[in-house]
Design a protein around this ligand. Structure first.
Ligand SMILES: [Fe+2]
Length: 275
């Protein structure tokens, strides 16, 4: 495919699902089906999901969630994901293996030599001009008042080498993780809810020449610049939370990225680009 043709397409959709939490998620199935139709109608090349498919990370929930998003997962090179804290909520070892079992077909890396501490980071070379680096920041929180996360140091340590790799040189970099390094107002999240090593993570992102940081966890679709970085932060929000549905679509161009916020049109029962 010619690069101009590739750039003319809507490149990436970032979504964040969360199901099973009672009334505010009641229409989840309908919204995910609408999201799948949106993806097909808009020729989305690559889908990025920043986690929280489930409420409790139960095997049954993960199976159901995977079946729901299955139409987005083909071909496997066009879907990349990280788990959210809710997806490994019950027990780190068991839940990570439940998550891995359900999403095995898309949890692979084009540069596996950089995987540290298990499967992460995952790296994808998407078409000739985009690279995606997926860092796993989710961890179980045994106490109900805590839902914080952390990117393991070994994943941060290898980021310098990854970003210096010739295969990523000149590509627009999407760096994805579940937790939001900054909230919508540019402040840090709390230690009980946020990513505890956000500053170290953002410091590593200084090496990115052109890119975007994509996250989830916060149920609000927002964009916030990050001081001194060539990559703004985009939080997917939640695709299914009643009254707060949203996600982003990115068009990668020679000059950078054009991001469009997507909203749920309740009357028409479909997702639309925000005017
Ligand atoms: Fe989360």
């Amino acid at each position: 495919m010619e690069w101009k043709e590739w750039f003319s397409k809507r490149a990436v959709g970032a979504i964040n699902l969360l199901r099973g939490r009672g009334k505010i998620f009641d229409d989840a199935r309908e919204k995910i089906e609408a999201l799948i139709r949106f993806k097909e109608a808009n020729n989305i090349d690559l889908v990025i999901n920043t986690g929280d498919y489930t409420a409790l990370g139960l095997e049954s929930e993960l199976k159901e969630a995977r079946l729901l998003v299955d139409p987005l997962m083909h071909p496997s090179e066009n879907f990349i994901t990280v788990p959210g804290n809710h997806d490994i909520y019950v027990d780190e070892v068991k839940s990570h293996s439940f998550f891995f079992e359900q999403f095995r077909s898309v949890l692979y890396s084009d540069m596996p030599e950089y995987c540290r501490g298990g499967h992460w980071p995952l790296i994808r070379l998407a078409g000739p001009h985009v690279g995606v680096i997926a860092l796993n920041s989710a961890r179980p929180n045994p106490w109900p008042w805590m839902s914080s996360g952390s990117i393991p140091q070994e994943q941060l340590d290898v980021l310098d080498e990854i970003l210096a790799d010739d295969r990523l040189r000149g590509r627009f970099i999407f760096i994805i993780t579940h937790y939001a390094p900054l909230l919508a107002d540019g402040t840090s999240d709390t230690r009980l809810h946020g990513i505890i090593n956000a500053e170290r993570f953002l410091d590593k992102c200084r090496l990115i020449q052109s890119g975007a940081i994509l996250c989830g966890h916060v149920h609000q679709t927002y964009h916030v610049p990050a001081n001194g970085l060539n990559c703004d932060i985009y939080c997917a929000g939640s695709a299914v939370t009643e009254g707060n549905e949203g996600f982003w679509v990115y068009e990668v161009e020679e000059a950078g990225v054009k991001a469009k916020r997507i909203r749920w049109n309740k009357a028409e029962r479909l997702f639309i680009v925000e005017p």
